[in-house]
Design a protein around this ligand. Structure first.
Ligand SMILES: [Zn+2]
Length: 95
């Protein structure tokens, strides 16, 4: 794909990390990509929290019968909403 070259060099954006996050936590992304996701998570507080929330939910799902932690669910919902808003103006920068 044509965009692959520049895509590999620049840091991942929050929406990209959000899209990869579930697979990343399932260790389904290739190593070179996982490294970059991990770097972003360490760098970006918002996505770091997002990753934590996902992990909490995954753990709760694994131990079936446990309710999902409402805080984590709410955080994910707010995060997804904020990403959608950013996507609308296309910039994705801070307001
Ligand atoms: Zn981020």
């Amino acid at each position: 794909m044509r965009w692959t070259r520049w895509w590999r060099r620049r840091p991942l954006t929050c929406p990209e990390v959000a899209r990869l996050l579930q697979r990343h936590l399932d260790q389904e992304v290739p190593e070179h990509l996982a490294v970059r996701v991990q770097a972003h998570l360490e760098d970006c507080r918002r996505c770091g929290l997002e990753a934590e929330a996902y992990q909490q939910i995954k753990q709760a799902v694994r131990r079936q019968g446990q309710p999902l932690p409402p805080e984590a669910v709410e955080r994910l919902r707010a995060f997804a909403a904020s990403l959608l808003e950013e996507g609308k103006d296309g910039a994705g920068g801070p307001r």
